[in-house]
Design a protein around this ligand. Sequence first.
Ligand code: FES
Length: 148
Amino acid sequence: MALYSEKVMDHFMHPRNVGSIEDASGIGEVGNAKCGDIMKIYLKIVDDIIWDVKFETFGCGSAIASSSMATEMILGKSIHEAMALTNKAVAEALDGLPAHKMHCSVLAEEAIKNALKDYFDKNNIPYDPADFPELDHDELHDAVHGED
Ligand code: FES
């Protein structure tokens, strides 16, 4: 069986929504210090709807495919639906990721949440901080790859 699904390969080779948004409503950036991958998400939000979303990802193929799929999944959706997006849903939509690559999809969930948090902060919109737990990416990476 191939290591990566056709969908992963498709989103890696032809990523959707690559780029940046100049007048973004919210920007989220996350990184994994261990593998060095960085993901940045830009959101344009109008009337609680994600009107536009773009990403810049400097990282592995799974991180690029996850960013591409995650942006497709939240485009045109409400901010509440975007908040509910999980890395598992992104991985499932990609027809799965190898176990040692699941942490790459976590970056996508985190970057979108950070961008939403940035939007809430900029607009003085109250939110529950518990919705934005600080994930330790180093720990996640170690859990999957072991300490090095
Ligand atoms: Fe680190 Fe994919 S995000 S290896």
